[in-house]
Design a protein around this ligand. Structure first.
Ligand code: ADP
Length: 261
């Protein structure tokens, strides 16, 4: 059996996805530390342990993500291409991808056959990214997954008017002390991220099926707010955070097969 691996080295997390020649996912790993840390090595160790397949038995490794130049693989690929490929595999009908990661957000529009037609990215500002949510979870003393659950308890999100993370931090602290209900505040925080990314989607033009990749796809509060803002059904998968690594593994398999045809 031939195996290939994709490794996505992000700003906050390192993810691996191992597939076999039938394009079956053999194993995945996710370590909560990203580029510049031991995260990528730990993600490799975790996948070897989970799958029982050693690095030397993997035919090809493709590296993607923010830290892709700092890892020794058999080649690297842009996050855009890998997310597009991974999401197309998970959702064959996808036409728009919303990818919110730890330090940027991207919107990609695909052709019917999965080619990247256009994209927009916010990497200048923490607002509208996972970083904003991580900072707010810290202020509220919550885990990031707790933030997601709490948002769903509110139907009346508090309006967070500051567009800058630093000012929004002060605003949240002042709302906390003035007694705004925590679920309303958390829903407002999710709404703030959703509003920013929804405006990127509107700029590229909403084309369904719309699917979400990246770690923030795990946040049900953000997903609900995007659905309401865009008046669409938003799809995601348990593997959304691994979409980049999956796309890299699939590209590695395509490359291997081409070289060995
Ligand atoms: P990167 O590739 O830039 O490291 P990821 O795509 O892995 O980023 O996404 C990281 C973000 O995902 C975090 O900043 C966090 O906000 C969000 N996240 C991660 N796990 C969860 C979870 N269980 N529930 C909600 N949000 C999550």
């Amino acid at each position: 059996m031939v195996y290939t691996l994709g490794i996505d080295i992000g700003s906050t997390t390192s993810k691996c996805c191992l597939i076999d020649e039938n394009r079956e996912i053999v194993g995945t790993s996710l370590i909560k530390s990203g580029t510049g840390t031991r995260g990528p090595e730990k993600a490799m160790e975790a996948i070897e342990k989970e799958s029982g397949i050693k690095k030397e038995d993997i035919a090809k490794i493709i590296v993607t993500g923010y830290g892709r130049k700092n890892f020794d693989g058999d080649g690297d690929m842009s996050e855009l291409s890998c997310h597009a490929k991974g999401m197309k595999f998970l959702f064959p009908d996808v036409r728009t991808i919303i990818d919110i990661g730890g330090q940027d957000s991207k919107v990609m529009k695909l052709s019917e056959d999965g080619k990247l037609l256009t994209f927009l990215m916010n990497d200048k500002c923490a607002a509208g990214t996972g970083r904003f949510l991580d900072v707010m979870a810290g202020i509220l003393g919550m885990d990031i997954d707790e933030l997601s659950e709490t948002a769903l308890l509110s139907d009346t999100p508090a309006k967070i008017s500051s567009t800058c993370t630093v000012f929004a931090e002060s605003e949240v602290i002042s709302r906390l002390s003035s007694g705004t209900a925590i679920p309303d505040l958390v829903a407002g925080i999710c709404e703030s991220v959703a509003t920013k990314v929804s405006s990127l989607v509107k700029r590229v033009g909403v084309m369904e099926k719309v699917c979400m990749s990246g770690g923030v796809a795990k946040n049900a509060g953000v997903r609900r707010a995007i659905e309401n803002n865009l008046d669409i059904k938003l799809y995601h998968s348990e593997l959304s955070q691994l979409a980049g690594a999956l796309g890299a593994a699939l590209s590695a398999m395509d490359k291997y097969e081409k070289e060995n045809a």
